[in-house]
Design a protein around this ligand. Structure first.
Ligand SMILES: Cc1cc2nc3c(=O)[nH]c(=O)nc-3n(C[C@H](O)[C@H](O)[C@H](O)COP(=O)(O)OP(=O)(O)OC[C@H]3O[C@@H](n4cnc5c(N)ncnc54)[C@H](O)[C@@H]3O)c2cc1C
Length: 386
């Protein structure tokens, strides 16, 4: 069952599906087992000439002009194959590129968004710090004005693409007293700038092929023309970027969920117990039915919200609802998929085991489930009704 896609969106879906079958699925297990970021970088090099690294952005910035709907289609399809690849591309487009698209001026978009959209450069988004996760406004990284530069000092933690990026959007404190109310500023930082260093964090439960890094900024000088938007606008840019990115993250969970249903049905048809394929047991069929019912809900809310976003609506509540519902639904689905696979689902050679580990982080990054509930409640309470 497909959403009512335009012809262009359907063509994109078919093209990405073929790309994933040919270039991503065959190496997904190897990426995971070897923590092989290099294989993902090879995939990025193949995705770039197809225009996949700039799907949502206008053509004048090197993108494909396919908006949020197109971007959700891309992430859904990528996630059929490999969550590490999908997250790498998601951080590049939906976090780094989107921050510049939403907050940047024309010169910045020309200089920094275009090379990201064409895949010439890779991007990262650095908000989280050791003491600022859910409490994202509690940043300690300082940005002090010095002539025509700002000088950055501090540490960012768990930054996707942090050590493979050329361009990092960094959020820092320009006024410690104001914090989220005008004290945070976003900067575009080139990672070749003296004072930048990145240390990869290898030991993770999942997403083992996605580069996650600690970033250290030591007396790093950023020219003032690299301030995104205006001084003090950083928190607004960070949050508006997350509104969009949470939706695309939810789209990614749909691809994983559909792939898990396919794997489970295939397995249940082949696996024999009590002299018959286990697919004949109602207990198995009910699990498959519940998985399908959740996927239908996930698709319905994600593509409805993507359509709303493309119509120019703000989606803080809807993006948070999509992320909350879809990340939790995926965990229920992947749990059933492992159950249907029995012991095989627990063994490292089976992709379902990788999906199980990779899925868990969706309830944590880009705001935990608790943070999504806070965002939703705040919006509902502000309006006083649904
Ligand atoms: C693999 C990975 C990749 C990441 N990539 C990036 C990236 O590219 N860029 C980036 O900036 N960040 C990134 N992050 C960071 C991520 O966004 C944070 O981990 C996330 O926002 C949660 O913050 P925390 O881990 O500090 O959890 P904490 O804030 O320490 O939360 C711990 C627990 O307390 C709960 N909690 C906290 N406050 C409240 C409250 N007020 N009410 C109720 N419960 C609360 C949380 O929900 C959670 O259950 C990444 C993280 C991971 C794991």
């Amino acid at each position: 069952m497909d959403f009512n896609f335009t012809e262009e969106q359907s063509m994109l879906r078919d093209m990405v599906r073929k790309f994933v079958d040919k270039e991503v699925k065959p190496v997904a297990q190897q990426i995971d087992k070897e923590h092989n970021v290099g294989l993902i970088q090879d995939i990025l090099k193949k995705a770039a000439p197809l225009g996949l690294l700039g799907i949502p952005f206008p053509e004048k910035y090197g993108g494909a002009g396919m908006g949020e709907m197109g971007y959700c289609v891309l992430l859904e399809e990528l996630s059929h194959g490999c969550a590490s690849t999908s997250v790498t591309i998601g951080a590049h487009i939906g976090l780094a590129g989107m921050s510049i698209f939403l907050g940047g001026n024309e010169t910045q978009k020309e200089k920094y968004l275009k090379p990201l959209a064409t895949g010439e450069k890779i991007g990262a988004y650095a908000l989280t710090e050791p003491g600022a996760g859910s409490d994202a406004a509690n940043l300690q990284l300082t940005a002090k004005e010095d002539g025509d530069h700002f000088v950055l000092n501090g540490t960012k933690l768990w930054i996707t693409n942090g050590d493979i990026a050329d361009t990092v959007v960094v959020y820092g404190l320009t006024n410690p007293e104001l914090k989220a109310r005008g004290g945070i500023t976003a900067f575009i930082v080139e990672t070749t700038t003296p004072g930048f260093s990145a240390n990869r964090i290898e030991d993770k439960m999942g997403l083992r092929g996605s580069a996650t890094a600690e970033l250290v900024f030591q007396d790093l000088r950023v020219p003032k023309e690299n301030v995104l938007g205006q001084v003090g606008m950083g928190f607004k840019i960070a949050m508006e970027t997350l509104d969009e990115s949470r939706l695309s993250l939810a789209a990614a969970t749909i691809g994983s969920a559909k792939e898990l249903i396919t794997m489970s049905v295939d397995f249940a048809k082949k696996r024999v117990a009590f002299n018959q394929p286990i697919v004949h047991f109602q207990a198995i069929q009910f699990m498959i039915a519940d998985m399908a019912a959740e996927v239908f809900q996930m698709e319905s809310i994600v593509y409805r919200t993507a359509w709303m976003y493309d119509q120019g609506n703000k989606i803080p509540r809807e993006g948070a609802i999509c992320k909350l519902f879809c990340s939790e639904a995926l965990d229920r689905i992947v749990d059933k998929a492992v159950q249907i696979h029995g012991g095989n689902g627990f063994m490292g050679e089976h992709p379902v085991e990788r999906f199980y580990r990779d899925s868990r982080v969706n309830r944590i990054f880009e705001g935990t489930s608790e943070v999504q509930r806070m965002v939703i409640a705040e919006d509902v309470l502000k309006k006083g009704s649904y």
